[in-house]
Each structure stands twice: as structure tokens, then as C-alpha cells.
Design a protein around this ligand. Structure first.
Ligand code: NDP
Length: 254
């Protein structure tokens, strides 16, 4: 990895941290936080597809252009974990959404495409053209622990997303209090799971692009989960008091 590549990734990561105060003040205007004043809109499901598919296409294009035939299986495993997540997010998840008639601003789609292109570019480049991982990286505690964290996070994320989606009968678009599973302890286990998943990926790749993506994910999702939690408290007077936004109430600072 060249000096300039590393410093570009560091700058990109610092940008994620720099905009956290903005993300805390202004909730991203899609889903329950959708509101007027954000310009033209696009169908919600199509928006998800367009936002997420660039990550899959770009990371694959870079990885396969690097001649991956002679790479160790550990590198392939990393690529497949990343690409597998985006196969689900871009071409499976949007088609299960029960958001008929809902729209999201093009501004959200454009900013998410930018976010995904940069992160997928860094990760694809690292796996394709970065220093080679040996096959015995599979025995390293960082790889083993990272894989465990990745799959735990992914399991929590997917289970919780589909629990939320299943709250609506076909054709419904309103909101209900989610119950059971990880919702017993927190309002947004889907977001907590996604943060864990990418923290696991950072650990198993032990790389700057992996760390950068984990930081970006947390920078996006911690503010969103805090807004979701406040929204539930405002909207439902009987909302379970023991829940935190992303962690059990017991461990909440306030
Ligand atoms: P949300 O929890 O806001 O919504 C998920 C889906 O469930 C939406 O279709 C939503 O409908 C529906 N839903 C949520 N809560 C309820 C409820 N109480 N009652 C009925 N339906 C409900 O998730 P996001 O849209 O923020 O994110 C979707 C996925 O994308 C998550 O897995 C998240 O982790 C991931 N993501 C990752 C990011 C990253 O930086 N890596 C950034 C953003 C998202 P509606 O849309 O109508 O609200």
C-alpha cells in the first residue's frame, strides 16, 4: 500500500468523525425521518437498490481486475464477506421492504452512492492490490475473532431488519413497537448489528480501509439510532423504558 493511499484513507476517516456533530443535529431524511425540503425524490425501494449496488459492482471490478487467481483463500474470504453483504443489501433487502408509496430524496441516494463508492474503492483496492494475506492468516486470533464478530453482527442485523419489516402487513406503511429478540434491550439492534459486523471486518482484515468503513458505519448509525430512539419515546407513551438506543438502558450514559 502506498503512502498516499494510506493518508487518503486516514483523511476520509477523519471526515467521518468531523461530520458526526452534523449527523447528530440533522437526521438523514428517509424512512421515519423523511420530510419536505430535500428536493426531488425517488421510490424508496429503487433508491435502496441504486444506493447500494455501486459498492458491490465497484469492489468486484477492482478485485477481479487484480488477477485474484493466485491470492490465498483468506483474501477471497474477505472479499466474499464484503460482497455477500452487498448482494443482500442491494438486490435482496430492497425487495422485502414494505414501504409502498414511500420515497426518499435523490440527495440521500447521491450522498450514499458517494459514500459507498469511496469505501468500496478503498476495500476493493486493499484486497486486490494491497499486501497479500497468507493462508495462515486464518489461524490468527484477529481473523478468527473478526469472523466471529462479523457473523454475530450480521446475524443480529439481518434478524432485526426482518423483524422490523415483518411488523407491517402487506400494504401497511405505519409504525409499531418492535418486540422480542434483541428489541428486548434496545431500539435499534439492526444498527447495532451492522456496527458490530463492520468492526469485525476491520479486525479480520486488520486494515486501514476496514477500520475506516467501521468508523463511517458508526458515524452514520449511532446518530440515526439515537434519533430513532427519541422518535419512539415521543410517539409511543407506553414505549418500554428499559431499552436504550443501541445498548441496554443499564449501560446508557444518561
Ligand atoms: P430502519 O430501522 O429505519 O428501517 C428498516 C426497515 O424497517 C424500513 O423498511 C422501515 O420502514 C421498517 N421499520 C423500521 N421500524 C419500524 C417500525 N417500528 N414499525 C414498522 N416498520 C418499521 O433502518 P434504516 O433504513 O436506517 O437502515 C436499513 C439497513 O441499512 C439497516 O440494516 C442499517 O444497518 C443499514 N444501513 C447501513 C449504513 C451504513 O453506514 N453502513 C447506513 C444506513 C443504513 P420505513 O423505511 O418506512 O421507516
Amino acid at each position: 500500500m502506498s503512502w498516499s493511499f494510506e493518508w487518503t484513507v486516514v483523511a476520509w476517516t477523519l471526515f467521518a468523525l468531523a461530520i458526526v456533530p452534523l449527523q447528530l443535529r440533522v437526521s438523514a431524511p428517509y424512512g421515519r425521518h423523511a420530510r419536505k425540503g430535500w428536493g426531488p425524490t425517488v421510490d424508496n425501494r429503487l433508491g435502496w437498490l441504486m444506493m447500494e449496488i455501486p459498492a458491490l459492482l465497484l469492489s468486484s471490478a477492482i478485485f477481479f481486475s487484480s488477477g485474484p487467481g493466485n491470492k490465498a483463500w483468506t483474501t477471497w474470504a474477505m472479499f466474499l464477506l464484503y460482497a455477500g453483504h452487498y448482494v443482500h443489501r442491494s438486490v435482496v433487502f430492497p425487495f422485502f421492504l414494505r414501504t409502498d408509496g414511500k420515497r426518499m430524496p435523490w440527495a440521500i441516494v447521491a450522498s450514499a452512492i458517494f459514500f459507498n463508492v469511496v469505501n468500496a474503492g478503498f476495500i476493493g483496492w486493499h484486497l486486490g492490490y494491497g499486501p497479500a494475506y497468507p493462508a495462515d492468516w486464518a489461524g490468527d486470533p484477529r481473523f478468527v475473532g473478526g469472523c466471529l464478530l462479523f457473523f454475530l453482527g450480521m446475524g443480529i442485523n439481518v434478524h432485526s431488519d426482518y423483524t422490523l419489516i415483518g411488523l407491517r402487513k402487506p400494504g401497511e406503511t405505519g409504525y409499531k413497537i418492535p418486540r422480542g429478540g434483541f428489541f428486548r434491550w434496545m431500539s435499534c439492534p439492526n444498527h447495532a448489528g451492522e456496527i458490530l459486523e463492520w468492526a469485525g471486518f476491520a479486525l479480520l482484515t486488520w486494515s486501514l480501509p476496514g477500520l475506516s468503513f467501521a468508523v463511517w458505519t458508526a458515524a452514520n448509525l449511532v446518530p440515526r439510532a439515537l434519533r430513532h430512539h427519541d422518535w419512539y419515546l415521543d410517539r409511543f407513551p407506553d414505549y418500554p423504558a428499559e431499552r436504550g438506543a443501541l445498548w441496554p438502558r443499564l449501560f446508557r450514559a444518561s
